[in-house]
Design a protein around this ligand. Structure first.
Ligand SMILES: Nc1ncnc2c1ncn2[C@@H]1O[C@H](COP(=O)(O)OP(=O)(O)O)[C@@H](O)[C@H]1O
Ligand SMILES: [Mg+2]
Length: 255
């Protein structure tokens, strides 16, 4: 039984086959890497998992097949326990760190998004129930004590963390990270890797798109390689590094 089971998903954009019969299994306690050259279809794959793209064919099942995700709206998928961050930073720069996280809380709870801005006592109660409150979540993510700062004033790396915090606030069972360490220096990359392990240790499976092999290989239990919309390889990091097709499609590009 798998947490996520994707069967033969295809998606075309006009003449471009962004996804060609992609199948993926992801287990509960796994960190899975998704790699491949630009245009391989990685973001499209995440978009199809989160309901931002409607697929042409195939099936996406969640939670031991108990729920079919394809056909559901993005908010229903979030409610089901799949949340994500985006390749490009999506932080509300004029809002505080806490307010950004609150949006993640309220995406999941009864009190709606609009109410998140109004912050009544009911919402504070719900926050307590969901994750022990924003403060605990910010502490966990490495932004402890910075809740009242304006998000746009944080360094880039901290804003990326904030996005992860917001995604965690909805209490996902599966977290999708689209290039979470892009633009970071080696030390920041190491810190985010450590954070991702901590997230997994909290019982959240992580599916991560990332180019940097020095990040992917030590972090991931399993790596999936895509090229031109197709899954061309899957395996443990050391197997993937030795796979001739992968080297040709992707790793060779690094030199
Ligand atoms: N909304 C869209 N409309 C048309 N073409 C798209 C759209 N999104 C992605 N594509 C195309 O699908 C292919 C896969 O893109 P993408 O999923 O962004 O790849 P990756 O994330 O691996 O770089 C590319 O050829 C891209 O131009
Ligand atoms: Mg992408």
């Amino acid at each position: 039984m798998a947490l996520l089971e994707v069967r033969s998903v295809s998606k075309r954009f006009g003449g471009v086959a962004a996804l060609r019969q992609v199948s993926v299994l992801l287990e509960k306690d796994e960190i899975v890497g998704l790699i491949g050259p630009n245009g391989a279809g990685k973001t499209s794959f995440f978009n199809s998992l989160t309901g931002l793209l409607s697929i042409d064919s195939g099936e996406i099942r969640f939670a031991d097949s108990s729920l079919r995700l394809d056909g559901l709206s993005p908010d229903k998928i979030l409610e089901a326990g799949v949340s994500r961050t985006f390749q490009n930073l999506r932080v509300f720069k004029n809002m505080t760190v806490c307010e950004n996280v609150a949006i993640g809380f309220h995406a999941r709870t009864k009190a709606g998004l609009l109410d998140a801005f109004l912050r009544t006592s009911r919402h504070r109660d719900e926050e307590q129930v969901v994750f022990g409150g924003s403060a605990a979540l910010l502490e966990f993510i490495g932004l402890g004590g910075r809740g009242n700062e304006i998000a746009g004033s944080l360094p880039y790396g901290s804003q990326k963390r904030l996005e992860i915090a917001r995604a965690l606030a909805s209490k996902p069972r599966l977290l999708l990270l689209d290039e979470p360490v892009a633009g970071m220096n080696p030390r920041e990359k190491e810190e985010i890797s450590a954070l991702i392990r901590k997230i997994r240790d909290k019982g959240v499976a992580v599916f991560i798109i990332e180019h940097d092999m020095r990040v992917v290989m030590p972090l991931c239990d399993k790596v999936i390689v895509m090229d031109e919309g197709e899954k061309i390889a899957e395996g443990k990091p050391d197997q993937i590094q030795k796979n001739p097709r992968v080297i040709q499609a992707y790793l060779g590009e690094l030199d």
